[in-house]
Design a protein around this ligand. Structure first.
Ligand SMILES: Nc1ncnc2c1ncn2[C@@H]1O[C@H](COP(=O)(O)OP(=O)(O)OP(=O)(O)O)[C@@H](O)[C@H]1O
Ligand SMILES: [Mg+2]
Length: 473
């Protein structure tokens, strides 16, 4: 059963079409013009839209554009009395699915609608498949047999089905994103998208438009209207990583969507309804940020309906052996090696370490040991753990921004590259500051705690030649 929107200013024409298509078992919704169609498109999902070209308040092409703005998988069929070749060509070029002329042959309309719905279903299925593929690439299950991890898995299972907002806290590399994905995977939203955004990685103004979308002309550079991530995640899950870094303005908007499920694109007064489950994460103490006035208290309580805290690895060393086992096998597989495990001596060596980068750091250490270790078991010396500053800069020499852009290779991973640049700058600043983090932080205009967080994230402090702290896929 498909849902079809019929847009035509002539009521009699709509009636004929409805009668004709109802026999196919479709759900039919009528709009008498562009404005009405727009309002319906915002509120409801359609499989196909059948539109007239000439209407008092807009054209079929306007309807087509409105459809594409809301959900480009919806197929649009033109049905018009002014069937010029030019219009047919233009509408097809803009992405219309089919073009029919009035007076119409009932059979031709039924066939066109059926094919349009088929195309829509295929496109949507494709999107689901894509997200399934992403899921397959997912790091997978939450490992760890310690009591803390068992309780965590239990919590994730119970929380997943509820639809409530969850606040996930913990140090870098403890698995906050892993937990967020697990919640989505175990929820009834699993067939819809899981979208993640790092709120700390985009500028204030950009973050608002990323999250809520914008209208054409809302700011310089906004040459097209755009839906934001809340609209994209409709009926799915939106993961707000580093939520503590949100601006006050974005916090106010987030509060509104959590309270009423309503958003407004930047520069627009139209209210749109979205059904999105929000999961948030931060490595900071959010209560502290509330006390300091940087984070809204009301928002804090909305987010922390269900709080989940991930303990650092050093507090659950019981997990180390299992983690090493599963992760080495997984990494060895990716490296096309036969699996090798750390020896008892190596495990003891690792147990004495504080793991500021937590599980991510352990993964990177294991990868390095598997590449460089020469024995059938991984040895303590394969895991260099001293915390001395000089790391390996990610770039061979300093490049200007233009030079970097000039050298854009055939393909590159922007996120990974930016992370490498960030790491290289941190390392350089730390070297210049003779290993004094506070001083290095000042050079980069960062707070001491931000610097410490990033240094841990990138495993800065691992000696020369060691893992560069960046995660491999
Ligand atoms: N309990 C766990 N079991 C298996 N893998 C884990 C676990 N915890 C973390 N990892 C792995 O460690 C890496 C880091 O995890 P993740 O990205 O979820 O950390 P995070 O808490 O979001 O860190 P950050 O604050 O730096 O963003 C990932 O590759 C993840 O798969
Ligand atoms: Mg993360």
């Amino acid at each position: 059963m498909s849902k079809i929107l019929i847009v035509d200013d002539e009521a009699s024409m709509r009636r004929i079409l409805v009668a004709n298509l109802r026999r196919e078992g479709h759900v039919l919704v009528e709009a008498s013009g562009l404005a009405e169609a727009r309002a319906l498109l915002v509120r409801e999902d359609f499989d196909a839209v059948l539109t007239d070209q000439k209407m008092p308040d807009g054209s079929g092409l306007d309807v087509l554009r409105a459809v594409q703005e809301e959900d480009a998988t919806t197929s649009v069929i033109f049905l018009t009395a002014v069937g010029t070749v030019e219009l047919a060509v233009e509408s097809m070029r803009e992405g219309a699915f089919d073009f029919l002329t009035k007076p119409f042959v009932p059979d031709a309309v039924r066939t066109a609608v059926a094919r349009a719905c088929e195309r829509t279903a295929l496109l949507r299925e494709n999107a689901v498949l894509r997200s399934t593929v992403r899921k397959l690439e997912d790091p997978g299950e939450i490992l760890g047999d310690s009591l803390a991890m068992q309780t965590l898995r239990d919590m994730v299972a119970r929380v997943a089905g509820t639809g409530s907002t969850v606040l996930i806290t913990g140090e870098t590399g403890t698995g906050k994103e892993l937990v967020a994905r697990a919640i989505h995977r175990n929820s009834r939203r699993v067939r819809k998208s899981f979208i993640a955004i790092n709120c700390g990685a985009v500028t204030e103004t950009l973050l608002e438009s990323e999250l809520f979308g914008h209208e054409k002309g809302a700011f310089t550079g906004a040459d097209k209207p755009r839906a934001g991530l809340f609209e994209a995640a409709h009926e799915g899950t939106l993961f707000l990583d580093e939520v503590a870094e949100m601006s006050q303005a974005a916090q106010a908007k987030l509060l509104r969507v959590l309270a009423d499920g309503e958003i407004q694109r930047v520069g627009s007064t139209v209210t749109r309804h979205v059904d999105v489950r929000v999961l948030a994460a931060t490595h900071r103490d959010l209560k502290d940020r509330v006390a300091g006035g940087q984070f809204r208290e009301d928002l804090y309580y909305r987010l922390a309906v269900l709080p989940i805290h991930l303990p650092p690895l050093r507090e659950r060393m019981d997990d180390l052996e299992q983690l090493c086992g599963v992760l080495s096998r997984r990494i060895a597989g990716q490296l096309n090696q036969s699996p090798r495990l750390p020896s008892q001596a190596a495990l003891n060596h690792l147990r004495g370490y504080s793991f500021p980068g937590n599980v991510r750091e352990l993964k990177n250490l294991l990868e390095r040991a598997l590449i460089l270790g020469r024995h059938s078991e991984l040895q303590p010396e394969d895991f260099p753990l001293q915390s001395i500053p000089p790391g390996r800069p990610g770039l061979d020499h300093e490049l200007t921004v233009e030079e970097v852009a000039e050298h854009l290779p055939e393909r590159m991973d922007l996120k990974d590259t930016l992370a490498r640049i960030e790491r290289a700058l941190l390392v350089r600043a730390l070297e210049r500051a003779d290993g004094v983090q506070a001083q290095a932080a000042r050079v980069l205009h960062m707070s001491r705690s931000d610097f410490g967080y990033k240094a841990a994230k990138y495993s800065i402090g691992v000696p020369v030649g060691a893992s560069d702290g960046l995660e491999r896929p």
